[in-house]
Design a protein around this ligand. Structure first.
Ligand code: GLU
Length: 503
């Protein structure tokens, strides 16, 4: 039995890597891992390495190599070594390291740690079925471990091209996982595995282990789905000649479950970080919320920044039970983070969403920028996603030709009974000297509450629907002030026409 790991011991500088495979958008689970990797490096004064694991050509989509980096940058998870940052152990993209893996394969073959396997997929499958029927282990059965020169010659003559398999030593592997504690794998359940395909292409287990060693990684902090590959990786490290006490320390993070208690996946709730970004979630909120899926700082504080996490993160506090992803909690944290923004920052963050909806130019005209700055504080306390700004402020930026009242709001609020309300509001505002929130407030209250004797709801809902087009809007009198006299009076007149039209 070999024992590895421990609390980290005297390992000098921490070096921890985040190693995504660019087969799609980074998702909630990946990013929770990346946050912990980053925070562990920052909290220990170590180095955070980004490595792109793109050797599986059948799964990799090249556009996701750049998109993964963009997502990490947007979240504020800066890496010290990796694509774009350089570093002494590059290249940091596995597709650019194929020669290195080939050298190690050759060495493993020469030293007897690996062997050529000529079994075809059909043969493997047939033997697997038979083993299963007999109730035995159904992993690779070691068929090609001890081929004679004659057998090899026969396979070659038949045109078979071999894969390279690792010769898993007998015994067991025990290591101390910083989250899960001591774990032992009996090698009886760890069959010889493929290191390289027939075309020489390296497999994950080879590339990940070779790179962890060559990049001098001290800690592997990653998702629990990779726990079962750990004994294989440790065996490869040892075959590379790494001393048992220099093998990286592992920390396997608990699963993230979806609302139904199943592992979070595309089929089971939205997982792509870019989707959340497009929906107007702040990077601060995603980092805070995703960090809470398995960790919280002292005193069980639920609200913190990445900088605070960098100071306080501790793997010993990571929970080993699965965490449940709760989109409503994420949205509530997002609302808190939105309210905490400096007003100018908030205005800057909603601008791209207004531009995306075609309401303002990407670089807004000065008048629009001024209007955004004036309107932003009205909605900052009231929205939970930046995209809400589009619905809430759209009425201020649409042209009059495009202004439309939400049909449901029109049906419920612009009834014949509201005609006198709208007429009185129009009249009261027409005569107003000063167009300020206070004057508008006074004039409408006098005309609608005092003179017509209406309740506030009956008075103000039709006016709100008339000028903003919706039943939900920023505070009404501020909205009217920002909209301006001309547009307000025109919209009241239009709404009056709708309300008075015969059904
Ligand atoms: N590239 C692997 C993945 O995205 C992670 C490898 C690792 O962390 O060991 O699933």
């Amino acid at each position: 039995m070999t024992e590895h790991g421990g609390a980290g011991g005297d390992r000098g500088q921490v070096r921890v890597r985040f190693a995504p495979s660019p087969s799609g958008d980074l998702h909630v689970g990946n990013i929770r891992t990346a946050i912990y990797d980053w925070a562990f490096a920052r909290a220990t004064g170590g180095t955070f390495v980004l490595r792109i694991e793109d050797t599986d050509a059948t799964r990799v989509k090249p556009e996701y190599v750049a998109s993964a980096q963009d997502t990490l940058r947007w979240l504020g998870l800066d890496w010290d070594e990796g694509p774009g940052a350089g570093g002494p152990f590059g290249p940091y993209q596995q597709s650019q390291r194929l020669g290195i893996y080939a050298e190690w394969v050759a060495r493993f073959l020469a030293e007897g740690h690996a062997y050529h396997c000529y079994c075809t997929t059909d043969e493997l499958e047939a033997r697997r079925q038979a083993a299963r029927k007999a109730g035995g282990p159904s992993g690779y059965d070691g068929h090609c471990r001890t081929l004679t020169a004659g057998q090899v010659a026969a396979y070659q003559a038949a045109g078979r091209r071999p894969v390279v398999r690792f010769r898993m030593p007998e015994g067991s592997t025990t290591f101390t996982d910083l989250v899960r504690g001591e774990i032992t794998f009996d090698h009886a359940h760890v069959p010889d595995f493929v290191l390289a395909r027939a075309d020489g292409g390296p497999l994950y287990t080879l590339a990940v282990a070779v790179d962890d060693v060559l990049m001098e990684i001290t800690h592997v902090v990653r998702g629990e789905d990779l726990l079962s590959s750990t004994p294989r990786q440790i065996a490869v490290y040892l075959a590379m000649g790494v001393a048992a006490d220099r093998i990286p320390v592992f920390a396997h993070l608990p699963y993230v479950l979806g609302p139904n208690g199943q592992r979070l996946s595309k089929r089971n709730g939205v997982v792509s970080i870019n989707w959340y970004r497009e929906q107007g979630f702040l990077p601060e909120a995603l980092c805070n919320y995703l960090a809470l899926l398995g960790w919280s700082p002292g005193g069980n504080r639920e609200s913190f920044t990445l900088a605070e996490m960098a100071a306080e993160f501790d793997l010993a506090r990571v929970n080993k039970n699965p965490a449940q992803f709760d989109a409503r909690k994420l949205e509530s944290i997002n609302g808190d983070k939105i309210r905490a923004l400096e007003p100018a920052d908030f205005a800057a963050r909603i601008t791209p969403f207004l531009a995306g909806a075609g309401l303002v130019a990407e670089l807004p005209a000065p008048a629009d920028a001024e209007l955004i700055a004036a309107a932003a504080p009205l909605i900052q306390p009231r929205i939970s996603k930046l995209t809400d700004a589009v619905e809430m402020l759209g009425f201020l930026f649409v042209s009059e030709a495009e202004f439309a009242i939400d049909p449901e709001a029109a049906a419920s609020a612009l009834t014949p009974a509201s005609a006198q309300v709208l007429a009185a509001a129009e009249k009261a505002l027409t005569g107003l000297d000063q167009w300020t929130e206070g004057d508008i407030d006074g004039a409408l209250r006098t005309a609608l509450l005092d003179e017509l004797g209406l309740k506030p709801k009956a008075a103000f809902v039709p006016v709100r629907v008339a000028v903003t087009g919706r039943r939900v809007s920023p505070p009404l009198f501020d909205s009217i002030e920002l909209l301006g006299r001309d547009k307000t009076l025109r919209r009241l007149a239009q709404a009056l026409a709708v309300a008075s039209a015969p059904a």
